[in-house]
Design a protein around this ligand. Structure first.
Ligand code: NAD
Ligand code: UDP
Length: 315
């Protein structure tokens, strides 16, 4: 039985990845410090092939009896945390990446690194291709996240060059779905919790900035395809995974108001510093290398997420 180690496996994306790995017949060890994740995200799984361990990836990993794939998913990802948890984030994506790579090196395992569209910063190329080098404010409030993710990619290249490893990097674009925390701070959980509780929806700035939202099962499908593709096709590659349907944040607010039965209205708050004005992935590489593209439309993904937020509200 193949063994996958998933850092951040008790978080939003990590827990969906764990579901998928167990369904595919993997034995899975999760390493998570429960900072922004929760063991409850995995409590629906009574699976003897799941080993859930409280562990901070800034510390060296425990020993295992063999590992086939290391998925390095750990890191807080909400811009709200980029300043309040700056040092933790910077070290999770540097020291934590080093420990993940060392684990993979020790067991001759594949590594999948979770990078982000934030490496493109406030992009001057649109949509963003993997070849675009980005426009990150290296001293701004988002830098502890953006720059540590860029370093995480650089360290992966260093390990590949020095130790000839099989490392695959996914640049994840805005993804949403069930198991996001209501108080996560990112736009979809914020808008849904506000609409469901009748509070006004907080649009930052004038709402003309754009994002492209990917439903979680699509994203996990893309990551798994990247992980399972032949090394000759994808070892050493970086691939954008996200949805190409780009909308303004004001439009997202309107869609949420339509989807939820609510008296909420839109209220406008100041735009945070360095908030990217546009973001949309070019996914031609994922299409070509992985035969992957997203399938779940925004309205359908939002309905599935709203259903889970309702259940959690009632609980
Ligand atoms: P999340 O906050 O729900 O999950 C992150 C998980 O990592 C949590 O369980 C948290 O407790 C754990 N973690 C954080 N620091 C840790 C540490 N030092 N040691 C051990 N565990 C630690 O966020 P998410 O949205 O699921 O993001 C998962 C990964 O995907 C992150 O690497 C993030 O940067 C990346 N990503 C996510 C998105 C998105 O839209 N969801 C976009 C781009 C990149
Ligand atoms: N945003 C907003 N209201 C909120 C939360 C976020 O208008 O309550 C905006 C934010 O300014 C950004 C976009 O929504 O332009 C996406 O923000 P998020 O924090 O989800 O992630 P980002 O894409 O900025 O990393």
């Amino acid at each position: 039985m193949k063994h996958a180690v998933v850092t951040g496996g008790a978080g939003f994306l990590g827990s969906h990845l764990v579901d998928d790995l167990l369904e595919s017949g993997y034995r899975v060890t999760v390493l998570d410090n429960y900072g922004s994740g929760r063991p409850e995200n995995l409590s629906h799984l009574e699976d003897e092939n799941l080993d859930l361990r409280e562990h901070d990836v800034r510390d060296p990993f425990p020993e295992f009896d063999g590992v086939d794939t290391v998925y390095h998913m750990a890191s807080r990802a909400s811009p709200r945390d980029f300043e309040s948890h700056a040092v933790e984030i910077a070290l999770t994506n540097s020291q934590g990446t080093k420990n993940a790579l060392e684990c993979a090196r020790r067991y001759d395992a594949k590594t999948v690194i979770a990078s982000t569209s934030e490496v493109y910063g406030n992009p001057e190329e649109h949509p963003q291709k993997e070849s675009y080098n980005g426009n990150v404010n290296i001293r701004g409030p988002r830098a502890p996240y953006d720059e540590s993710k860029r370093f995480s990619e650089a360290l992966s290249i260093a390990y590949d060059q020095s130790y000839d490893m099989d490392i695959r990097t996914v640049r994840i674009f805005n993804t949403y779905g069930p198991r996001m925390r209501h108080d996560d701070g990112r736009v979809i959980p914020n808008f849904l919790s506000q609409a469901l509780s009748g509070d006004d929806i907080t649009v930052y700035g004038d709402g003309s900035q754009t994002r492209s939202f990917c439903y979680v099962t699509d994203l996990i499908g893309g990551i798994r395809k990247l992980a399972e593709a032949p090394a000759s096709d994808v070892s050493g590659e970086v691939v954008n995974v996200g949805n190409t349907h780009e909308i303004t944040i004001e439009r997202l607010a309107e869609i949420v108001l339509d989807a939820v039965d609510t008296d909420s209205e839109i209220t406008y708050l100041p735009l945070p510093k360095d908030d990217p004005e546009v973001r949309c992935p070019d996914i031609s590489k994922a299409r070509r290398l992985l035969g992957w593209e997203p399938e779940v439309p925004l309205e359908e993904g939002l309905d599935r997420t709203i259903e889970q937020f309702h259940v959690a509200n009632r609980a």
